[in-house]
Design a protein around this ligand. Structure first.
Ligand code: HAM
Length: 415
């Protein structure tokens, strides 16, 4: 038997319903914040990610699905979508549009990571990007959008972690100070961090393998920010407070992509265990320039939909998702059953008609197997009286109603 590739999975059954419901909430909420959709291609030139995400990041070093195509070009299945949106901005001259340009996207991404709960090789991201405005108000707005989406989806135990990682002016100095402070601990570092010590020492701060006490004793970036970054960060925090978004400042948050400047943030959920970042993002004021455009500040975040679905399932929100109505009938009432199913479906009720027939007892058994909330029984008497029996499958109670009253009755029951 041919199976799915390691780290890839079919999304079916209740997962699809969680997935689509989440998609609806994310679309609606971002549209309300003035975002418009963009659908970038899955394949991009490898150079795009090398130049944006960064050559020394885990993603580019170890995790990209890269191949040479028949035209001898190096192609990569996108590991994330910010780089594609930035490329599109430059390629299609979005700088001619009124700033800021606000875009959202939804699609699959690919990373060759070790598969585990919440971590796949093919996964889906929903994300937003705001391009062409450096105001800290937008940092707060983007974080508040991320928070609102998570809140609307009913996720419990939410935490917003924020930090500022400085800019081209102040970060190099902090990098040196940090490297110096890390020197005495070099031998204790994990193999990845020994490499990061030279390539990107800031990443050592959020490595889960390193001792917390050691990290606590290191210099904090917040003490090394230049005036511009420091004022920007203070304003972001002030606006978040005005927007009533609870947050925690965490000086070890640095994030694993090279393009970030100033604000970085994550929304975490206690229901995700080790892979607890539901979403992550930040500001990237030099990315567009690095891809050949004019100086254009930008920021955004992306959320992993598989992780979201896992949280929602743990919270067992199933009952809010599907409410099936099952129709049981006899041969002589088939026409009526079809009419009633039609009416219910036209009014948005998920309606299943029994297809095997037989006694009402058998049909009720099948209804139970489908987890229906109500079974509508239409027999000889009901046909003669133009009524139906509504059987509440959980309460095991039954009520006869006139067909004309059926919709009102079901709506009243919130089916
Ligand atoms: P990221 O933190 O690499 O950021 O990914 C964002 C989210 O994608 C993560 O928080 C997680 O939910 C999900 N994710 C990442 N890798 C996997 C995986 N292997 N399996 C399942 N889910 C995963 C970015 O991708 C940036 N482009 C975010 C951004 C947008 N920054 C600014 N704008």
């Amino acid at each position: 038997m041919i199976k799915t590739i390691k780290g890839c999975k079919d999304i079916y059954g209740e997962d699809v319903e969680y997935f689509r419901k989440a998609e609806e909430v994310m679309r609606e909420t971002s549209v309300a914040f003035g975002f418009k959709e963009i659908i970038p291609p899955v394949l991009e030139y490898s150079a795009l990610f090398q130049r944006s995400v960064g050559k020394d990041t885990d993603i580019v070093e170890k995790e990209m699905y890269t191949f040479t195509d028949k035209g001898n070009r190096s192609i990569t299945l996108r590991p994330e979508m910010t780089a594609s949106v930035a490329r599109a901005y430059v390629e299609h001259h979005f700088e001619t549009l009124p700033a800021p340009v606000k875009l959202f996207y939804l699609g699959s991404c690919f990373r060759y990571e070790k598969p585990q709960k919440g971590r796949y090789r093919e996964f889906h991201q929903f994300g937003v990007e705001v391009l062409g405005d450096e105001s800290p108000l937008l940092d707060a707005e983007v974080i508040s959008l991320a928070y609102k989406i998570s809140e609307k989806l009913g996720i419990k135990g939410l935490k917003v972690r924020i930090n500022s990682i400085g800019c081209k002016k102040c970060r190099p100095h902090y990098r040196e100070v940090l490297q110096e402070a890390l020197k005495p601990h070099y031998d204790e570092l994990c193999d990845d961090c020994k490499r990061r010590f030279y390539t990107n020492p800031l990443r050592i701060l959020d490595c889960k393998h390193e001792q917390t006490e050691m990290k606590d004793g290191l210099p904090k970036i917040n003490d090394y920010l230049c005036d511009e970054c420091s004022i920007h960060f203070e304003k972001v925090k002030k606006y978040l407070t005005l927007m009533n978004i609870p947050f925690e400042q965490d000086s070890t948050l640095v994030r694993g992509l090279d393009y970030y400047t100033k604000t970085v943030f994550e929304v975490v959920s206690e229901n995700l265990g080790a892979q607890n970042a539901l979403l992550g993002g930040g500001r990237y004021d030099y990315l567009i320039e690095e891809l050949g455009g004019r100086h254009t500040p930008g920021l955004g975040f992306a959320l992993g939909i598989e992780r979201l679905v896992e949280i929602l399932k743990t919270q067992n929100k199933k009952d809010e998702i599907e409410q099936i109505i099952y129709i049981a009938y006899q041969d002589e009432s088939l026409k009526k059953a079809i009419e009633i199913s039609d009416m219910l479906r036209n009014n948005g009720f998920i309606t299943l008609m029994d297809s095997k027939g037989g006694s009402f007892g058998k049909q009720l058994q099948r209804s139970r197997k489908r987890n229906a909330v109500f079974t509508l029984i239409i027999g000889e008497n009901e046909l003669a009286n133009n009524t139906v029996q509504i059987k509440d499958m959980k309460m095991q109670s039954q009520k006869e109603v006139n067909v004309g009253e059926l919709l009102k009755e079901l709506e009243g029951k919130n089916a």
